[in-house]
Every structure is written in structure tokens, then in C-alpha cells.
Design a protein around this ligand. Structure first.
Ligand code: SAM
Length: 235
């Protein structure tokens, strides 16, 4: 659960509506249960449900611990259809990426850029769902790049100054996707129809190395989770 505002000492929140339904139906919460509470972009702590009925739940808590470390990854995804975009926003936050760049590519349908999911508040809601799931509080930055060439030429070089750039592309002979983040990574994933050769050439010329997940062609959302899953530290 997220609380608003700065709370250094013990505090209390009252939860209603959707968040209450989630607590009651998904978690089968009861008075006395503990609940993880966090402040957006801040500390986290253990809370306890002190009262609960069909209208509201009251939780007391103290925020005293930092969120887990982020995954040092900037994820570049060619803008997918809205349903998949929602999943990718949740997953990116859940895996702890630092930054998500949604970029345009030849095979991205123009209508995808009109979706209400791209509204800042809506994207934030999906990101918060992923963070809640992972017990994290730090909201990843999301950037929209509506034009491929100016993005690759003008803004990608600055991102690559501090990161190893990788292009996920199912190409025979490409090296295996990495399993560590010893160096911060920039990972680019193409659209449902794949990158066109011109885009692959441009991204490679910008300094991205091609990496593969093997011969199986995965849906965009599965390629994202497979790539990030390999990188997730377990300690
Ligand atoms: N027909 C397309 C092609 O050959 O590029 C398939 C595109 S795939 C559905 C969507 C994106 O997921 C790809 O552009 C790539 O970034 C990533 N992807 C899927 N499977 C992959 C694999 N086995 N290795 C590396 N990347 C993969």
C-alpha cells in the first residue's frame, strides 16, 4: 500500500474503494494482519490492520526501511498495443528497472500513440501496481520517443555514455543475452513485427550489440520478462 506525504513517525491510513477490495478479496485481510506500507519514492515499513469493515480499513504503520535496490537497466521498448503496454509498465516497475523508454519504430501502429494508457497518471497507476507487487517505492522514469531517428541520433548517445547498449534481436549467431548487471545496461526490444533492417543498422551503428534469447521467437512482453528475469539478483 502507498501512503501520501512525508511520514517520519508512526502514522495511520484509512483505505477504501479499490484498495480495500484488493485487501479483502485478494489478501483476505483481517484485523491484526500485517501489511507492507510505502511512501512513493521514499521509505517502506510494516503496517498493521487495526480495523476493517466493508467500507474502510485503518492501518497503523511506521516507515523505517529503504526500498530494494533498482535493477541498473534502462529498458527501451517499441510502443506495444495498449493491453501489452499495461503489462509492460507493471513488469518494468516490478523488475525494478530504473528507466523505461517507449519509442516509435516502423512497425509500431500509429494508433498505439493515441491510447489513453499513455496519459501520465494512467501510466503511473500501472507502475505503482508493479511497485506494490515487488515491495518497492521508487517509480521508474518513463520517456516517450515518438520519432525513431531523432531519438537514436540525438538522445541515445547520452544514454549510452554510461551504459552497455544491447539490442534484443532473434538473429542466428548473436551472443546470449546477459545474466548480470555488472555494467548498467540499456536493453532495446522491438515491436511485434520486429525491427526493420534500417533500424537494426542504426541501432548497431549507435553502439548497441545484438543479443539473443535463442531460437524461440517470444512475444514482446515475454521477451521483456525473459531478458529482465535473467538479470534479477537473488540475494
Ligand atoms: N518476426 C520478428 C523478428 O524476427 O524480429 C519477431 C519479433 S518479436 C515478436 C518482438 C521482439 O521481441 C523482437 O524485436 C526482439 O526484440 C524480442 N525477441 C523475441 N524473441 C527473441 C529472441 N529469441 N531473442 C532476442 N530477442 C527476441
Amino acid at each position: 500500500l502507498f501512503t501520501d506525504g512525508d511520514r517520519s513517525g508512526p502514522a495511520e491510513i484509512t483505505v477504501s474503494d479499490q484498495r480495500l477490495q484488493h485487501l479483502r478479496q485478494v489478501h483476505r485481510a483481517a484485523v491484526g494482519d500485517s501489511v507492507r506500507v510505502g511512501e512513493i519514492d521514499g521509505l517502506m515499513g510494516e503496517g498493521r490492520i487495526v480495523s476493517l469493515d466493508s467500507q474502510r480499513a485503518t492501518i497503523t504503520f511506521q516507515l523505517d526501511s529503504p526500498p530494494p535496490a533498482k535493477l541498473p537497466v534502462t529498458l527501451l521498448v517499441a510502443l506495444p498495443r495498449p493491453k501489452m503496454l499495461r503489462r509492460i509498465l507493471r513488469s518494468a516497475a516490478e523488475f525494478g528497472v530504473e528507466q523505461l523508454v517507449l519509442f516509435n519504430s516502423y512497425r509500431v501502429e500509429k494508433s498505439f500513440w493515441q491510447t489513453p494508457v499513455l496519459a501520465e497518471d494512467t501510466m503511473r497507476d500501472y507502475l505503482l501496481q508493479g511497485l506494490e507487487q515487488a515491495r518497492d517505492t521508487i517509480v521508474p522514469a518513463v520517456t516517450l520517443e515518438r520519432r525513431f531517428k531523432p531519438f537514436v541520433e540525438d538522445r541515445l548517445p547520452a544514454l549510452l555514455a554510461e551504459r552497455r547498449g544491447l539490442l534484443a534481436h532473434p538473429l542466428p549467431g548473436a551472443s546470449a543475452a546477459p545474466t548480470d548487471t555488472d555494467t548498467p545496461l540499456l536493453l532495446a526490444i522491438g515491436p511485434e513485427g520486429g525491427f526493420i533492417p534500417y533500424e537494426v543498422d542504426m541501432l548497431q551503428a549507435a553502439g548497441l550489440e545484438t543479443v539473443s534469447l535463442g531460437p524461440r521467437i517470444l512475444r514482446v512482453e515475454n521477451a521483456v520478462t525473459a531478458l529482465l528475469g535473467r538479470l534479477l539478483p537473488v540475494d
